[in-house]
Design a protein around this ligand. Sequence first.
Ligand SMILES: NC(=O)c1ccc[n+]([C@@H]2O[C@H](COP(=O)([O-])OP(=O)(O)OC[C@H]3O[C@@H](n4cnc5c(N)ncnc54)[C@H](OP(=O)(O)O)[C@@H]3O)[C@@H](O)[C@H]2O)c1
Length: 327
Amino acid sequence: MRYRPLGRTGWDVSEVSFGAWAIGGAWGAVSDDESLAALHAALDCGVNFIDTADVYGDGRSERLIARLKRERTEKIVVATKAGRRLSPHTADGYNAANLARFIEDSLRNLAADCLDLVQLHCPPPDVYYRPEVFGALDDLAKAGKIRYYGVSVERVEEGLKAIEFPNVQTVQIVFNCFRQRPAELFFREAKRRGVGILARVPLASGLLSGKLARNSQFEPDDHRNFNRHGEAFDMGETFSGVDYEVALEAVEEIRQLLPPGTAMAPFALRWILMEDAVSCAIPGGKRPDQVRENCSASDLPPLPDETMRAIRGVYEAKIKPLVHQRW
Ligand SMILES: NC(=O)c1ccc[n+]([C@@H]2O[C@H](COP(=O)([O-])OP(=O)(O)OC[C@H]3O[C@@H](n4cnc5c(N)ncnc54)[C@H](OP(=O)(O)O)[C@@H]3O)[C@@H](O)[C@H]2O)c1
């Protein structure tokens, strides 16, 4: 495993890290034993950074990470999120009292005295025009409740606005072969300001592992079943917002580019790691075998220019018209 600096935090994080949404919920049935085994496998592979949220399984994901921390001695950086407990989910809800309450819940779930990194969880864009929200986070940092804070955003422009606040240390954004716009301007700006980048949904919800087909079935409580068109939350979080059938065609074209012996998931993650502004990719993993395969991306050599051009070609021809100007 190779490590990269996480912005200005002083932490070096595994370039392939762990996304802990699926082990909490909204991805069909998961067993805590298998999820914990997946987390252990990640640490065995050198992962030292885990992304979670208070709402993933209503604290289930955070509590599993607390168990992992009890069972291991390595230093793990845990990034959680706050804001999505709000109902309705409004900018007004992002006030000092609510944020303090959410953070107390996460401290309890994670059995921690201080949270390493708290990210605002894709708040309504108006939040980025309310400096008092970031002031409240500064106060929580001064009080020793959180070490650092960042944001998770839906759109490039939200990321650009967020990094105007000097204490935003990280931005989490969808970035993968099917969502290339962040690399145009945003990464340059983030790098210039020393802001760490977490590349989320790196496998386009599993599509870029190459295992999905037209007839793949998803359980009723899997967002790949119930949120394909954004019925429950932003549709960009499910299959990266790309039409399923079109995405499958693009996946077949990308499959032709795989070097012999390389699986598609690590190849797709290696594509992300070609971008040096990215601190880490955070693939979701439900089982140890997936985690090990994803971590192997860090051992792959850089992708040749020709391959990068070919992936860009697939994006331009098939995907860009569907997503580029939307996020
Ligand atoms: N708003 C936000 O802030 C937000 C939103 C989305 C995600 N995130 C974060 O980003 C992380 C990653 O995104 P994601 O989990 O949505 O999507 P992802 O990483 O693109 O896809 C993860 C899913 O793909 C499948 N998979 C993983 N590795 C595989 C492999 N090697 N081979 C085959 N299938 C594999 C697994 O599901 P199956 O086995 O069931 O197919 C897994 O749950 C999340 O866990 C979360 O931490 C944050």
